[in-house]
Design a protein around this ligand. Structure first.
Ligand code: PLP
Length: 382
């Protein structure tokens, strides 16, 4: 009954049709350049959407994290705390700066940074007379971390938060939009994100002075002189005017995309939670998740298949799925890094071992959703 059909994607670009007018305008005015009207407008439109003082459009989310660390004066030998359960891009910029990452476990309630583990880590380092230059808090799979607790702990130790909201554009935390709680917020418009510019990112903040410094570093750090003069290391990190045009068209359908992602999550949840041993990433009580990717847990004591077998099985039907992010403290790249688990159990390791992300493509049909569910039933009921 199940057949191999057209590929069903995890999360692929979904154009609205509005993008083309902005791209055409860039072509007609010959602004095929970094910077231009689309870049200015995209920054203003995104800042208005999330409610931040300003925004800087960049070539990637990774570049945005890197600039945030530079603006927080992270340098050689400094310590930066970071969520462990995330994509490597959250932590790579720590290495770019020659700093040392310390990884913090997840809490079971949100799968995001454990306030308990964070508190323990800050206390330990304070006892040694040390403190991190920044804490990078990731909002996993579209869900905000528990900022009431995380922020009050960070405020107590006077450590700034960089909010990695690459996966949570469109989500909220209480009455604020995701990405606006930390000193800096970071978004990504990579091809698999909820809206895309094919590749790109955004740095947001309420500190206009720091944002203008971000623009300075993102355009090769030119001193104010007619001749080319440089006193600082700069980067070529700006978003192009053509790609910003795609972003303007995408931003207009962001709320629709969020609604559709949540609908897909709800369908999986209703169809699969009936099976004992299958459960889903919990809904935080503090805000609304975008459900960028639906993440499901398989309890090996109750369901006799592993997440890896599910990925292989779905692949037979041309359905793309993947394990939950492999925690960074388990990566060869960070094998020497210090790690603070939530408590007795290593929560992020357990989520990795049991978790799987299901296709959450906003273009997918209801029939495709059903195929994914049938594919999973097909495997677990053999
Ligand atoms: C995608 C992603 C990034 C990096 O964004 P790019 O635009 O691909 O550089 C950073 N952090 C997280 C959590 C992500 O999912």
């Amino acid at each position: 009954m199940l057949e191999r059909g057209d590929r069903i994607y995890l999360s692929s670009p979904h154009m609205s049709g509005l993008e083309q007018q902005y791209i055409s305008e860039a072509f007609e005015t010959n602004w095929i350049a970094p910077l231009g009207k689309n870049v200015d407008c995209f920054e203003k439109e995104l800042a208005t959407y999330v409610g931040s003082e300003g925004a800087v459009a960049l070539s990637s989310g990774t570049a945005a994290i890197h600039l945030a660390l530079i603006l927080l004066n992270v340098g050689k030998g400094d310590i930066v705390f970071c969520s462990s359960l995330t994509f490597v891009a959250s932590a790579n910029p720590i290495l770019y700066q020659g700093a040392t990452p310390v990884f913090i476990d997840s809490e079971p309630e949100t799968w995001n940074m454990s306030p308990e583990a964070l508190k323990r880590a800050l206390k330990d380092y304070a006892a040694k007379g040390q403190k991190p230059k920044a804490v990078i808090v990731v909002n996993l799979y579209g869900q905000s971390a528990d900022y009431d607790r995380i922020k009050s702990i960070c405020d107590e130790y006077e450590v700034p938060i960089v909010e990695d909201a690459a996966e949570s554009l469109g989500a909220s935390y209480r009455d604020k939009k995701s990405g606006t709680i930390g000193k800096f917020g970071v978004f990504s418009f990579n091809g698999n994100k909820i809206i895309t510019t094919s590749g790109g990112g955004m740095l947001v903040s309420d500190d206009a002075n720091l944002l203008s410094k971000a623009r300075f570093y993102a355009t090769q750090a030119k001193d104010p002189a007619r001749h080319y003069q440089h006193s600082h290391i700069g980067f070529n990190y700006r978003m192009s005017n053509v790609l910003a045009g795609i972003g303007r068209g995408q931003l207009q359908v962001l709320d629709e995309r969020v609604a559709r992602k949540r609908e897909i999550f709800n369908f999986y949840c209703e169809s699969l939670s009936v099976v004992e041993g299958l459960s889903f990433m919990p809904d935080s009580i503090h805000g609304i998740s975008t459900r960028w990717l639906t993440a499901m847990l398989i309890d090996p004591d109750k369901v006799k298949v592993t997440s890896s077998e599910v990925v292989d099985h779905l692949e037979r039907y041309n359905i793309e799925s993947r394990p939950v992010w492999k925690p960074l403290h388990l990566q060869p790249l960070f094998k020497d890094a210090v790690y603070y688990p939530n408590g007795e159990t290593d929560v992020s390791r357990q989520l990795f071992e049991r978790g799987i992300c299901l296709p959450s493509d906003t273009k997918m049909s209801q029939r495709s959703e059903l195929l994914v569910v049938e594919g999973i039933f097909d495997l677990i009921h053999r």
